[in-house]
Design a protein around this ligand. Structure first.
Ligand SMILES: *Cc1c(COP(=O)(O)O)cnc(C)c1O
Length: 380
């Protein structure tokens, strides 16, 4: 059975109107200029959500394609790239930089804390010779939020372009491209946007486009080359056949957000997340992140003697519900609740907390207070 209730930190729950939209009959995106307009309108609508005037593309491919494409299109042989690293996704950017011939320089910080803007500024005073920097808004495996509105302008001040992975941040965390001056913003359809996986959103600034143009060597990719999108509007022609059905359902997911109002969506995330964190602590567990501020995912530090996989397997076998552990070295030590997008609802969160409470109790965990009672006390 692949049909399961899913409370992992992405892909998140997809509402029925989004799922159904995928079944609509669609046009031929190669030759129908009405589709070009529909596509551009969808990009513009998305720009309102991320407060951006930059050029936004909706690209076929899971969010990893966006991460790779940003690095592929910016990097030339020998380019020095500053990789801000306080989490697994943050660290992972070094591989994309290397693949395309760049020289990643890691700025590694404590994985339990957000990146300090003071520490970054101190570092840049000594060395700021970088073409661009990569950073992650919400590092999902550990639930770490970085203050991109503070960090990106500092990097910009030193003439460094910024590439920001906000795949699990956007729509759940406040995000203004205008205020943060992000040069390439990356997102995915399957996290807080609550559409199906398969779309990456890439928003590109004028400065980033200038850097693309100033390259001395061609981009070493076709599919991961963002320049192939530059002229679609003038030419009324896409670089390849677009997955029209994916874009139509993505559009409905965005319309759901616009209808609720992005400010309300953000408040809903904040309210759910802060009550979850409070209830986890009341229950007697600890959070991984020291500044516990992620509104889309809560990473729980497992107590001695209980492994994260014990809990996730129990819930899966007994209730057919998916809950995530973490990745790499955190696989056994972190358990994660996703409360992003359409999963950030009181009834859904209450349901998963109830199962967590049962699972922890069955492994002999001595709780201090009921998880669900604490959640209810805090949410209302
Ligand atoms: C989900 C996610 C991505 C996309 O990666 P997948 O593992 O393929 O889903 C990229 N960056 C971050 C921070 C994410 O949370």
């Amino acid at each position: 059975m692949i049909n399961k209730y899913n409370y992992s930190p992405g892909p998140s729950y997809v509402k029925e109107n989004v799922r159904l939209a995928r079944a609509y009959e669609v046009t031929n995106s190669d030759i129908d200029i009405d589709f070009v307009k529909y596509y551009k309108d969808t990009c513009d609508l998305f720009n309102k959500i991320i407060d951006s005037d930059n050029e936004t593309y909706i690209i076929s491919g899971e969010a990893i394609l966006g991460l790779e494409a940003a690095c592929a299109t910016l990097t030339e042989d020998g380019d020095r790239v500053l990789v801000l690293d306080n989490g697994l996704y943050g660290n992972g950017f070094k591989d994309f930089v290397s693949i395309y011939g760049g020289q990643p320089v890691l700025f590694t910080q404590d994985y339990h804390n957000e990146i300090s803007s003071e520490a970054l500024e101190e570092y840049l005073k000594e060395d700021s010779n970088f073409k661009y920097a990569t950073l992650v808004h919400c590092d999902t495996p550990t639930g770490m939020i970085n203050d991109i509105h503070k960090l990106c302008p500092i990097l910009k001040k030193y003439g460094i372009l910024t590439v920001v992975d906000s795949v699990s941040g956007m729509v759940g965390e406040r995000l203004s491209v205008k205020e943060s001056k992000i040069d390439i913003l990356l997102g995915g359809s399957q996290k807080a946007i609550s559409a199906q996986p398969g779309i990456t959103i890439v928003s590109v600034s004028k400065d980033a486009k200038k850097a693309f143009k100033n390259r001395k060597t061609p981009v070493r990719s076709f599919y991961a080359n963002l320049r192939i999108w530059e002229n679609y509007l003038e030419e009324q022609y896409f670089p390849y056949t677009l997955p029209a059905s994916d874009i139509v359902s993505f559009r409905v997911a965005i319309e759901n957000i616009v209808e609720e109002g992005i400010e309300n969506v953000l408040k809903r995330h904040e309210k759910i997340a802060s009550s979850v964190r409070k209830s986890i602590k009341d229950f007697g567990l600890e959070l991984f992140s020291k500044n516990d501020n992620s509104n889309t995912v809560t990473a729980i530090k497992m107590p001695e003697k209980i492994k994260a996989t014990d809990i996730s397997n129990y819930i899966l076998k007994k209730h057919n519900v998916l809950i995530a552990t973490s990745l790499a070295e955190y696989k056994d030590s972190i358990l994660r609740i996703g409360h992003m997008g359409e999963n950030a609802r009181i009834e859904k969160t209450l349901y998963i907390l109830n199962l967590l409470e049962e699972a922890f109790n069955s492994f002999g965990f001595k709780s201090k207070k009921s998880l669900t009672e604490s959640f209810i006390e805090n949410i209302y």
